[in-house]
Design a protein around this ligand. Structure first.
Ligand SMILES: [Zn+2]
Length: 319
């Protein structure tokens, strides 16, 4: 019953860590694997049309985050090129529309951790040329752009460089991602953003009190700015105990009643988590979310927005 809506509407997942996980596990994304949660065959079986692939800059690489970013970009471009019959790198909204029309997986390159910029705005512009279309400004710690969520206690937000990066990203046409950012940093972005920002993988603090989740005020502000938040399947961000699909759907309902369905999307965090919420195995389980949304009483139109339409709207405006 859900199959129709899920497989006939564009499905967008705004965050996975599959590039770095596959590199570390020495697996290829073009081949279905026993390990991990995402590869191209499973994305297609799960009905995903547009996948954000994050180049996650682990703190282990803090000595040379830019070189690490380059290794990951190389892996992304090789994997997409080697699987050109099923996947396509997308750089513009036109590219996304074409990939959807050709029934190919649209693969969007993102960076998770602005330390990859090595504090230079020139690097940002070169990242754009290399295909990066979204940057999660910080991971949990502090970098040249500002403070991450672990540093929220300091009250620190964006640095001057962070402000400059947001301005330049808006000008170039890159999606500013506020997930992982400190609360003050979030408000700094919202205060200056010319284009809608996204929280690619964050849930509601009102339902699960975690620094990585957004407060009701943040969610309302993100919605007013025309932005979108991707529901994240990481159990710790869903419910303290017994995090399952139902608890995840509670977050969707909370955001819908608080700020409307227009700001809800999906940001799985697959391959960045050991195990997603109970009931979800990997990306092939995604139709269960669609089924759950229908069961919770969301209309077909609302479900289409949540599973992909809202992120597409934001990308059309930003890219
Ligand atoms: Zn993350």
């Amino acid at each position: 019953m859900n199959e129709d809506i899920h497989f006939s509407s564009p499905v967008v997942d705004a965050h996975c860590d599959s590039l770095t996980q596959a590199m570390e596990q020495n697996r290829r994304l073009g081949q279905e694997s026993e390990s991990g949660q995402v590869d191209f065959p499973r994305l297609i079986r799960g009905g995903v049309n547009l996948q954000f692939f994050a180049a996650f800059i682990s703190p282990r690489f803090r000595d040379n985050p830019l070189a690490r970013a380059m290794e990951i970009f190389d892996f992304y471009h090789r994997e997409v090129a080697d699987n050109a019959s099923v996947a396509e790198a997308v750089y513009s909204f036109e590219d996304i529309k074409r990939a959807l029309a050709e029934k190919k997986l649209a693969a969007l390159l993102a960076v998770e951790g602005g330390e990859a910029l090595a504090g230079r705005i020139e690097v940002l512009r070169m990242f754009y040329r290399l295909g990066v279309r979204s940057i999660t400004l910080t991971w949990n710690g502090r970098n040249e752009l500002g403070d991450g969520s672990w540093e929220s206690g300091s009250g620190g937000g964006l640095s001057r460089f962070g402000h400059q990066v947001v301005r330049e990203m808006n000008r170039l046409g890159m999606l500013v991602d506020v997930s992982h950012l400190s609360e003050r940093g979030f408000w700094d972005v919202l205060g200056q953003a010319q284009k809608p920002p996204a929280a690619s993988h964050s849930n509601c603090r009102a339902l699960c009190d975690h620094k990585r989740n957004l407060s009701d005020d943040q969610i309302k502000a993100l919605a007013s700015a025309g932005g979108v938040m991707g529901l994240c399947f990481y159990p710790d961000f869903v419910r303290e105990k017994e995090a399952d699909i139902e608890a995840l759907l509670d977050h969707a309902e909370h955001v819908a009643s608080l700020a409307g369905v227009e700001c809800i999307g999906l940001g799985s965090d697959f391959d960045g988590i050991d195990a997603p919420v109970a009931g979800l195995k990997d990306v092939t389980s995604l139709p269960l979310i669609t089924e759950g949304l229908i069961r919770r009483g969301f209309s077909d139109e609302e479900v289409r927005k949540i599973i992909g339409g809202n992120f597409l709207r934001v990308l059309e405006e930003v890219l």
